[in-house]
Design a protein around this ligand. Structure first.
Ligand SMILES: [Zn+2]
Length: 341
C-alpha cells in the first residue's frame, strides 16, 4: 500500500505549501544520515520523508495523490506491475507503487539544510540571513624532533561535504537514484592540504592556515584552520625553547689535562675545548648552535654538560694508577660540606 505522506510529514491534509516545506525541513534535519551515521532506521525514515515531500511539494503530484492515494514515479513506470508500462492511466487502487529514492527537492532546499547542519546556530540565521564567518577548525599533527628543528611540510586530509557533481545535487540522474551519492545530493570530498611547518616550531605550537576552516554562511568568509604541532622527543637532544641541551661524557684524563672534543649539535659536530681541571657537571655554551626561533629568526644556543665517566673494568694496574690519582687531591673535596642539618 502507498504510504500516508501527510502522516509521514506529521501534517494536516489541508497543510499549505509553506507548512509542508517547514515540516519537511524540520524532519530532514532530524533524520539526515549525516547526523545519524550508521543508523539504518533514520536512513529509512529520511528516505520516506524525502519521498513524501517530493510528492506533496509538487502541486500536480499532490493533487494526484489526494485523489488516488498514490502517484506513479517520474518516468511513469511504477515499480509494481499492472499500470506500469502504459504509464499513468487512472485509479488503480490495488497497484502497489514504489518510489525510487527521491533525493532532495532541489538544490536550494539542500544547501540550506546543509548550512544548518554544518554552520552551527542556524535558526536565527535562517530568519534573517546575514553573512557569518565560518568556524575555525583545529587539528593536530605529529612530527619528529628533526622535522620541527628543520621545518617540514605536512599533508593533511581535509574532508568536506560537496555537492555531487554527477547529479548536480538533486540526488537523481535520469529519474534514478544517483549512483555517485546514493541520492544524498552530496558527497564527501577529501582534499589533501599541504601545510608548511616553519623551522623551529615548538611542541604545542600552532600554524594558521587562512580560509581552511568551516565554510562561511550566507556568503560569509570561511574560518581558519589551526594545525597544532606535536613534536616527538629526541633521545639525545633536549630542547628548552630555542636552547638545545645535551650531556657529553668525558674521561678523567680529558677533564684533568684538558682536551679538544667533538660535541654533536643539531647543526652537526662542533669541535670544542675542555679546559684543564674541568669539573664533572660543568655546562658550556655553544652560541648560535640551538634552534632557530620561528618569529625572530635568531638561533638559540647549545648547552652541553660534561660528565666524567669512570672506567668500570677494575685491574691491578688500574688500582695503582687510581691510588696515585688520589695523591693529586690536595684537600678533601667534601671539606666544606655541612655534616648535618
Ligand atoms: Zn549524486
Amino acid at each position: 500500500m502507498a504510504k500516508d505522506y501527510y502522516k509521514v510529514l506529521g501534517i494536516d491534509r489541508k497543510a499549505t505549501a509553506a507548512e509542508i516545506k517547514k515540516a519537511y525541513r524540520k524532519l530532514a534535519r532530524k533524520y539526515h544520515p549525516d547526523v545519524n551515521p550508521g543508523n539504518p532506521d533514520a536512513e529509512a525514515r529520511f528516505k520516506e520523508i524525502q519521498e513524501a515531500y517530493r510528492v506533496l511539494s509538487d502541486e500536480e503530484k499532490r493533487k494526484q495523490y489526494d485523489t488516488y492515494g498514490f502517484v506513479p514515479d517520474e518516468e511513469g513506470m511504477p515499480a509494481g506491475g499492472a499500470a506500469g508500462r502504459t504509464g499513468w492511466s487512472g485509479p488503480q487502487q490495488d497497484v502497489r507503487v514504489e518510489f525510487h529514492d527521491a533525493g532532495f527537492g532541489g538544490f536550494g532546499d539542500m544547501s540550506e539544510i546543509f548550512e544548518q547542519f554544518f554552520g552551527g546556530a542556524a535558526r536565527a540565521r535562517r530568519r534573517r540571513p546575514r553573512p557569518q564567518r565560518g568556524q575555525d577548525h583545529e587539528l593536530q599533527v605529529e612530527i619528529s624532533f628533526e622535522e620541527a628543528v628543520r621545518g617540514t611540510t605536512v599533508s593533511i586530509p581535509l574532508q568536506r561535504q560537496v555537492v555531487c557533481s554527477a547529479c548536480g545535487g538533486s540526488g537523481n540522474v535520469g529519474g534514478k537514484v544517483c549512483p555517485a551519492c546514493h541520492g544524498a545530493g552530496v558527497v564527501i570530498s577529501t582534499e589533501r592540504l599541504k601545510v608548511r611547518i616553519p623551522e623551529g616550531v615548538r611542541d604545542g605550537g600552532k600554524v594558521r592556515v587562512a580560509g581552511k576552516g568551516a565554510p562561511g554562511v550566507n556568503g560569509g568568509t570561511p574560518g581558519d584552520l589551526y594545525v597544532r604541532v606535536k613534536v616527538r622527543p629526541h633521545p639525545f637532544f633536549k630542547r628548552e625553547g630555542d636552547t638545545i641541551r645535551t650531556t657529553v661524557p668525558i674521561t678523567f684524563t680529558e677533564a684533568y689535562l684538558g682536551a679538544e672534543i667533538e660535541v654533536g649539535t643539531i647543526h652537526g659536530p662542533v669541535r670544542t675545548k675542555v679546559p684543564p681541571g674541568t669539573q664533572s657537571g660543568k655546562t658550556f655554551r655553544l652560541r648560535g648552535k640551538g634552534v632557530r626561533n620561528p618569529k625572530t629568526r635568531a638561533y638559540g644556543d647549545h648547552l652541553y654538560t660534561v660528565q666524567i665517566v669512570v672506567p668500570t673494568v677494575i685491574s691491578p694496574a688500574g688500582r695503582d694508577v687510581a691510588r696515585r690519582v688520589a695523591d693529586l687531591y690536595t684537600e678533601d673535596p667534601r671539606a666544606g660540606l655541612p655534616r648535618g642539618l
